[in-house]
Design a protein around this ligand. Structure first.
Ligand SMILES: [Zn+2]
Length: 391
């Protein structure tokens, strides 16, 4: 089908999807506890005050009711607050001076939020108690899903494939009777995998649908497949279950005859909605200053060694420089001894802590390289850099 059914991809009929084929509901439970701490401190449920440390935006709390919990049937999006919660300050005790200045004495925002990249409707809300007597809130988020490009489907014979194209009904191939398939799978999926049972299922399904009576497909006394073929013939079809079909776009008769009939499909729990991901700017890890990993953390997509080779192959040198130089950090190097220099803020002066003699030269290095030098230093291995004149 124009190549869109390559590598086990299936073609789906758009009209079938609109009629409701393959729809599913995805549910996820969220829970949070209002814990009590030593010294009478405790978590509090409710819309947080604006002076709470880590306060989000008013918009994020918009769905919360008086009690600080969202109501059932509320439509929520990624990162929306489901249960407003604040926790006591991290460090108890003195509680004065520095801690107040650093904000450590304030209550912290610890609300329960919708997972990043997910959305849906609140199905149920439950308020209860844990075995320790703490307040426990559980929510069920439901997400209604319509098949889309990239969703995975499989038969009971292990023939799995993703949706490669969704075709308008008028462009799908049709039979003499004007029947249009819900789904098309490639013939290449059959010979090597030897799922003959699938072909028998289709023939059996066709007989059952036409005669209006179920077919016994159990393991030990199922209906004879030749018997089924005879019945198919009596019903006015070919014994093989194949039919003459016509190209939906041109209307031309297709050269080969095609097996068509009812078959059972399951929707697999690999849906693009759960996997699709991209980012422009975003969070970085504290240590390396490189982008975080993984979709749930809004992470970046690694441009690894092999991907680098692709850019090299295309001669895209400026793009490469941009990619790999994105985390450039300026360091100072001593002209005299090659050690890293220091900036003295009090005296506003750059100097070498090693020899305090040479002039300082500035240069950009990737932050990861600076990290490497510092880690080597922690293992008593010194690095000296010699800079060349910048052309
Ligand atoms: Zn020096």
């Amino acid at each position: 089908f124009d190549g869109y059914n390559i590598e086990d991809a299936v073609i789906m009929n758009k009209a079938s999807i609109e009629r409701g084929i393959g729809r599913s509901t995805y549910a996820r439970t969220y829970k949070t506890e209002a814990q009590r701490f030593w010294g009478g401190q405790k978590d509090e449920i409710g819309t947080p005050d604006k002076d709470v440390r880590g306060y989000r935006s008013e918009e994020d709390y918009a769905h919360l009711d008086q009690d600080g919990i969202v109501n059932p049937e509320t439509e929520v999006e990624s990162d929306d607050v489901l249960v407003g919660k604040t926790s006591p300050p991290k460090f108890l005790g003195s509680g004065g001076g520095d801690e107040v200045k650093m904000g450590l004495a304030d209550r912290r925002e610890t609300s329960l939020t919708v997972r990043h990249g997910e959305e849906g409707k609140i199905d149920q809300v439950m308020v209860s108690e844990t075995s320790e007597g703490d307040k426990l809130i559980k929510l069920k988020l439901r997400n209604y899903r319509i098949p889309e490009l990239g969703d995975k489907f499989a038969t009971r014979h292990g023939q799995k494939g993703t949706v490669g194209m969704i075709v308008p009904e008028e462009n799908m191939p049709f039979t003499n009777q004007g029947i249009t398939p819900d789904m098309i799978l490639s013939t290449h999926a059959i010979p090597s995998r030897m799922t003959v049972s699938q072909l028998i299922e289709i023939i059996g399904g066709k007989v059952g649908a036409m005669r209006g009576e179920p077919v016994d497909g159990t393991a030990f006394h199922s209906e004879d497949k030749d018997e089924l073929r005879d019945q198919l013939e009596k019903l006015g079809f070919q014994r093989s279950g194949k039919e003459k079909m016509y190209n939906g776009v041109t209307g031309e008769e297709m050269e080969a005859e095609i097996l068509i009939g009812p078959g059972y499909y399951l929707k697999l729990d690999h849906q693009v909605g759960d996997k699709i991901h991209a980012r422009g700017r975003g969070p970085v890890t504290l240590l390396t200053k490189q982008p975080t990993e993984g979709r749930s953390q809004e992470g970046g997509l690694r441009l690894g060694e092999m991907e680098k080779d692709v850019f090299v192959g295309h001669g895209a040198s400026l793009l490469l420089k941009e990619r790999f130089g994105a985390d450039a950090t300026e360091i100072m190097i001593c002209e005299n001894c090659g050690e890293m220099g220091i900036h003295d803020k009090a005296e506003n002066r750059d100097y070498c802590p090693h020899c305090d003699a040479g002039d300082m030269d500035k240069t950009d290095v990737p932050h990861a390289f600076l990290l490497l030098m510092n880690e080597l230093k922690s293992m008593m291995i010194d690095t000296e850099l010699e800079l060349e004149e910048d052309n």
